[in-house]
Design a protein around this ligand. Sequence first.
Ligand SMILES: Cc1cc2nc3c(=O)[nH]c(=O)nc-3n(C[C@H](O)[C@H](O)[C@H](O)COP(=O)(O)OP(=O)(O)OC[C@H]3O[C@@H](n4cnc5c(N)ncnc54)[C@H](O)[C@@H]3O)c2cc1C
Length: 227
Amino acid sequence: MDTMRVPGRAPASGLVYRVQHVRELSQSAYVLRFERNGLEFEPGQYVNVGPRGSIAMREYSVYSSREDDFLEVLVKEVEGGLVSRALKRGKPGDAVNVEGPFGFFTTEEPERRSAKYLFVASGTGVSPFHSLVRSYPGLDYTLLHGVRARSELYEPAVFDPKRLVSCVSREAGGGFHGRVTDYLRAHPVDPESLCYLCGNCDMIYEAFDILRSAGVPADHLFAEVYF
Ligand SMILES: Cc1cc2nc3c(=O)[nH]c(=O)nc-3n(C[C@H](O)[C@H](O)[C@H](O)COP(=O)(O)OP(=O)(O)OC[C@H]3O[C@@H](n4cnc5c(N)ncnc54)[C@H](O)[C@@H]3O)c2cc1C
């Protein structure tokens, strides 16, 4: 896999980081906070994280802001999952292995001042947008966050309520009852928008086709597939 160096900085790869806190957001989702150790990243990038003493590592988008003096990742515990279950048991002072940052799911400085962004997330795919919005408060964005239940709308207060559309598919009470793809089919998209899609591949493929049909050019579409 390719890695991207943040200009002028060497990636702080393969270091041991100390866990500071595990914040439970729901029965299965949690935020793992660990020391930053000077690691520089662009919001939208991910790090590889694994429990100390194991060679297993998995990719996790950075959830925290580039201004924070710690690093956070938002993790959903996957049934039978090796790393997502092990990290949840982390206690303050425990060591985790961290490599990175990696990835190109990032925004560019000149565009950030004028572009209109459409962020589309499913589940924990909201994580890079959390980092982006906290790192760059002036962004002109709309976030569609697709979840099955309201309990999966992780820490929504970070987002401007006028810019957040919570698409809840299996219970009432979201801003929109249905999937993000149902919302996209029913609501026109400005084809000039820069569209960032993050989460599971089924959502991404479907949203990609809808947006292309709505006239969004391929070079305005960016995707980060989690699984
Ligand atoms: C670039 C990138 C960024 C990612 N960022 C995040 C992130 O910010 N937060 C996050 O929670 N995950 C993220 N993931 C997914 C993460 O890397 C792991 O795949 C996930 O945590 C499962 O790892 P595991 O070791 O627990 O499960 P494994 O033991 O590797 O897998 C167990 C099974 O679960 C399936 N599976 C994997 N992920 C999911 C999922 N989310 N839901 C349901 N089934 C799944 C696998 O296909 C496999 O069949 C990201 C993946 C990529 C490629």
